[in-house]
Design a protein around this ligand. Structure first.
Ligand code: HEM
Length: 223
C-alpha cells in the first residue's frame, strides 16, 4: 500500500516533469493542522493580552478587552478539540523507542551540522516526538485549569485555593506551549523542505532519505 503511494506520486511527477515526491500528509491532516495552528495563534495572543499589560494591545485584534475575555476560552477549547483529532492521526509515529534515546544523546552532533553521524530515524525524530508530547501535556493542563477559573460558568465549582493554583499552572503551561511552538516552527524552517510537507502534503525523496531514512525505506524508497 505504502509502496503504491510512492509509485503513484512518482508517476504524477514524471508526467509533469517535476521532481518525484513522497506523500507525507493527506489533505485532512493538513487542514486539521492549520486549523489548530490558527486557533493556537488566536488563543495565544488573546491569552497574552491578559498575561502582562505590555501585551494588552493584542485585545485590539479581537474587538476590545471584553470580547477578548469572552473569546479566549472558546479559542482554547476549539484548539484542544482540533488537537485531539490531529493527535489520533500521528500519535503512533510519535511512540518513543530505544533509538530515540540514542538520537537524543547524539543531538549536539546535529546542532553542529553533522546529521550524518545521527542514528537513522523513522517518520519523526526524537526532537519532534518530545515537542509532540509536550504539546499534548500542555494542552491537557491548559484545558483542565482553564475550566477551573472560567467565569461565570465553571469557576464557582472550585474552591478559591484551587483556582489560584489553576491560574499559575495555566500560565506556566501556556509559556511552555508557546516556547515549544516557536521551537516547532524554527525546526520546520531550519530543515529545508519540511514546510512543504504541511502545505503541499509531499516531500522530496532526497529530503526523506536525508532526514527520515527508516520512513523512506518503509515507504518503498529503498530496498
Ligand atoms: C503556526 C505555525 C506552525 C507551522 C509553520 C508548523 C509547521 C509544521 C510542519 C512543517 C510540520 C511537518 C513536519 C514533518 O512532517 O516533519 C508540522 C507537523 C505537525 N505540527 Fe505544526 N506547525 C505550526 C503550528 C503548530 C501548532 C500550534 C501545533 C499544535 C499545538 C502543531 C502541531 C503539529 C503536529 C502534531 C505535527 C505532526 C508532526 C509531529 O507529530 O511531530 N503545529 N507542523
Amino acid at each position: 500500500m505504502e509502496h503504491i503511494t510512492i509509485v503513484r506520486s512518482d508517476e504524477r511527477a514524471n508526467e509533469r516533469g517535476m521532481e518525484p515526491t513522497i506523500e507525507r500528509y493527506p489533505d485532512r491532516t493538513r487542514i486539521n493542522h492549520w486549523l489548530v495552528a490558527l486557533l493556537f495563534i488566536c488563543a495565544a495572543l488573546s491569552g497574552l493580552a491578559f498575561f502582562h499589560p505590555a501585551f494588552f494591545f493584542f485585545t485590539a485584534l479581537f474587538g476590545g478587552g471584553v470580547w477578548t475575555r469572552i473569546l479566549h476560552p472558546f479559542f482554547g477549547v476549539l484548539m484542544v478539540l482540533g488537537f485531539v483529532f490531529l493527535f489520533f492521526q500521528v500519535w503512533r509515529d510519535n511512540f518513543w523507542n530505544a533509538s530515540d534515546t540514542a538520537w537524543t544523546r547524539r543531538a549536539p552532533e546535529l546542532l553542529k551540522g553533522h546529521e550524518d553521524n545521527m542514528p537513522a530515524v523513522g517518520k519523526y525524530n526524537a526532537g519532534q516526538k518530545i515537542v509532540f508530547w509536550t504539546f499534548g501535556i500542555c494542552l491537557i493542563l491548559l484545558l483542565i485549569t482553564g475550566f477551573m477559573f472560567w467565569q461565570p460558568w465553571f469557576a464557582d465549582f472550585f474552591p478559591i485555593v484551587l483556582r489560584r493554583i489553576a491560574v499559575v499552572v495555566h500560565a506556566l503551561a501556556a509559556v511552555i506551549l508557546i516556547i515549544s511552538v516557536i521551537i516547532h516552527i524554527y525546526a520546520a524552517i531550519w530543515v529545508k523542505g519540511s514546510v512543504q510537507a504541511m502545505t503541499r502534503g509531499t516531500v522530496s525523496r532526497a529530503w526523506a532519505r536525508q532526514h527520515h531514512r527508516l520512513w523512506y525505506r518503509d515507504m518503498g524508497g529503498e530496498k
